[in-house]
Design a protein around this ligand. Structure first.
Ligand SMILES: N[C@@H](CCC(=O)N[C@@H](CSC=O)C(=O)NCC(=O)O)C(=O)O
Length: 472
C-alpha cells in the first residue's frame, strides 16, 4: 500500500511513488497494490531515475491498529532524481500493512524500519530490489499479496495516496484506535521506545531505544530531564562514556543527576558503539568494536557500514534530541570520560560554536600516539595517519579557529592508563598552549585512578565549569 501526500501526479513524482513501492516491497511486508500494469515499466527504469536519500523513522503518530490486526505505519522517504537535484526531491509516504504476530509490535516496527534503512542506504541493494521487482512484476503480474484476508485487502484499497487523511476522519475512524493504547508496557514516540524511567532529584531519568539510520542497529540512550525543563526549555550537557561502557554506566555511577537537577540541565548520554551489527570480530576485544566505537565514522570496508558513532551522535541523535526534548539549542555543552573524553573534546574542537564548552575526565588526548588509539584508528580509519588527525584532540586543538573555547580536563595521577601512556594529557596541554582561541584548564588530581570513583569526585567541578558558560 502506497500513500503519498502530493496530489499532482507529474511523471517524476509518479516515479517516486513507484520507488517508494519498491522499497516497501523489499521489506517483505506485502506486494504493492498494483494500480495498473504500466507500473512495471516504471520499475524497469527506476534505478536509473531515482535514488533514495534518506528514510525517516516511522511516524507513529500516524500508526493505527485495526480490528483485524493489520497495522498502518507512515514512513517518509526522501528520494530524488539520479543527479540529486533538490528541486526534484520529494517526500513520499508509504503505508505499511502487516499482521500482528506474537512478536511485540515495537520489534516489528523497528525491524521493518531497519530493513527499509538498509535498502535506502545501500545502492547495490536498491538496484537489486529494482531488478527483483521487475522480474516479479513480469512473471507474476497477478502476484498474491501477502495479506491473508480479502476483507482486509478491501479495507486497504481506499487508502490510496489521495485519501488517507479523509479516511481517518470518516468510516474507518470508528474501527481505529491509536496504537498507544495497544502497546502494552512500552511507549513509543515517533520511533523512540521508552525502556525505563525513574524519578531522581525531582527530575526523570529515562532510557530510550530507536533504530538508527547511521549504525543500522537498535541504539539506546538516556536522558535526565530536570524539573525545570517541565516549564521551559533548558540547557543541555552531553556525556560520552569510555571503553566497555554503555549509556548507563555514567547515569548509575557518576552522581550527575544531583548536579543536573541543581542547575536545571538536561543530560544526554549515548551508547559507545553499535551493538549486534554482526561485524566479524566486533566482540573479540574490549578496546575495539562493541563498547569501543571511538566516536568516529569508520571508513574501512569492514566497519564503515555500522561504526558511525560520530554521525550517529552529532547528526542523528542531535536531531532526535532537538525534536523530542525541551532543550535550548544554542546552549549545549559536552563532557566525557577516557574514550568519551576524547569524543567530547574532538566534538567541540571539530564543530566551532556547536558546544559552548567541553570537559573531560582522563581523556585519550592524543589517540594517534597511544596503543588504544593506534589500534582503533588503524581498524576504523585505515593506515593513512593524516585521516587520524581529524579525530585527535591534540591535533585539532592546534588548528581550532572558532569562538573562544573553554576546555576543562581532570586527570588522576594514580590512573594506570595514564601511567601506561594511553592518555597523553601533557601532549594536549602543550598543543593547546599554542592556540589563543582555546583556554584549557588541566588539573592533575593526586592519588586518583581512572574509575568512576574519580569521575564522581570531580563531577561537581565539571558542572560548575559548564554552568558558568551555559547560564553565566
Ligand atoms: N576492562 C578494562 C577496563 C575498562 C575500563 O576501565 N573502562 C573504563 C573506561 S577506559 C577508557 O575509555 C570505564 O569507564 N569502565 C566502566 C566503568 O563503569 O568503570 C580492563 O581490563 O582494565
Amino acid at each position: 500500500m502506497l500513500c503519498a501526500t502530493p496530489t499532482e501526479e507529474t511523471t517524476p513524482k509518479r516515479n517516486v511513488y513507484a520507488a517508494a513501492d519498491l522499497i516497501y516491497n523489499a521489506a517483505h511486508l506485502q506486494r504493492p497494490m498494483t494500480r495498473n500494469q504500466s507500473r512495471s515499466n516504471l520499475y524497469t527504469n527506476l534505478n536509473t531515475i531515482c535514488k533514495p536519500i534518506s528514510i525517516h523513522q516511522p511516524d507513529l503518530t500516524y500508526t493505527n491498529v485495526y480490528n483485524e490486526g493489520s497495522i498502518y505505519i507512515k514512513i517518509t522517504l526522501l528520494l530524488s532524481d539520479k543527479e540529486g537535484s533538490s528541486s526534484l526531491s520529494i517526500h513520499a509516504s508509504i503505508q505499511l500493512a502487516f499482521f500482528r504476530t506474537t512478536t511485540p509490535l515495537n520489534l516489528i516496527i523497528n525491524s521493518q524500519a531497519l530493513t527499509l534503512n538498509k535498502v535506502c542506504l545501500d545502492p547495490q541493494m536498491f538496484t537489486n530490489v529494482c531488478k527483483m521487482t521487475t522480474e516479479t512484476q513480469s512473471t507474476r503480474p497477478t502476484h498474491k499479496p501477502l495479506l491473508a484476508s480479502a476483507s482486509v485487502r478491501q479495507r486497504l484499497l481506499p487508502f490510496t495516496y489521495k485519501c488517507f487523511a479523509e479516511n481517518l476522519q470518516t468510516v474507518h475512524r470508528k474501527q481505529v484506535f491509536m496504537t498507544k493504547t495497544k502497546l502494552r508496557n512500552t511507549t513509543i514516540m515517533s520511533g523512540l521506545k521508552t525502556l525505563s524511567t525513574v524519578t531522581v532529584f525531582g527530575g526523570t531519568q529515562t532510557r530510550y531505544s530507536h533504530v538508527s539510520r547511521e549504525t543500522k542497529t537498535e541504539m539506546t540512550f538516556t536522558v535526565f530531564m530536570p524539573s525545570q525543563a517541565k516549564k521551559s526549555k533548558a540547557p543541555a550537557i552531553w556525556y560520552l562514556s569510555g571503553l566497555t561502557c554503555n549509556d548507563e554506566n555514567f547515569i548509575q555511577k557518576a552522581g550527575a543527576q544531583r548536579e543536573a537537577a541543581h542547575y536545571g540541565f538536561v543530560l544526554i548520554s549515548p551508547d559507545t558503539s553499535p551493538r549486534g551489527a554482526g561485524v566479524e570480530g566486533e566482540t573479540e576485544s574490549w578496546d575495539l568494536g562493541v563498547g569501543a566505537g571511538f566516536y568516529v565514522d569508520a571508513t574501512t570496508p569492514k566497519w564503515t557500514n555500522n561504526y558511525r558513532m560520530y554521525s550517529y551522535i552529532h547528526h542523528e541523535l542531535w536531531d532526535i534530541v532537538k525534536s523530542h526534548f525541551p532543550i535550548i539549542e544554542d546552549k549545549q555543552a559536552i563532557m566525557g570520560h577516557s574514550m568519551g573524553g576524547h569524543g567530547a573534546l574532538t566534538a567541540a574542537l571539530k564543530n566551532p560554536g556547536k558546544f559552548v564548552s567541553a570537559s573531560a575526565f582522563a581523556p585519550i588526548s592524543n589517540p594517534s600516539q597511544c596503543p588504544w588509539g593506534e589500534k582503533a584508528f588503524n581498524a576504523y580509519l585505515g593506515q593513512d595517519k593524516e585521516a587520524w588527525k581529524e579525530y585527535d584532540s591534540t591535533e585539532l586543538v592546534r588548528q581550532y579557529n572558532g569562538p573562544l573555547l573553554h576546555l576543562l580536563v581532570d586527570q588522576g595521577t594514580e590512573d594506570k592508563f595514564y601511567k601506561e601512556k594511553q592518555l597523553l594529557t601533557e601532549n594536549l596541554q602543550q598543543a593547546a598552549a599554542t592556540n589563543e582561541k582555546t583556554r584549557v584548564e588541566i588539573n592533575l588530581r593526586e592519588g586518583y585512578d581512572h574509575s568512576y570513583f574519580f569521575v564522581s569526585t570531580f563531577i561537581p567541578n565539571h558542572f560548575l565549569f559548564h554552568s558558568k558558560i551555559l547560564i553565566g
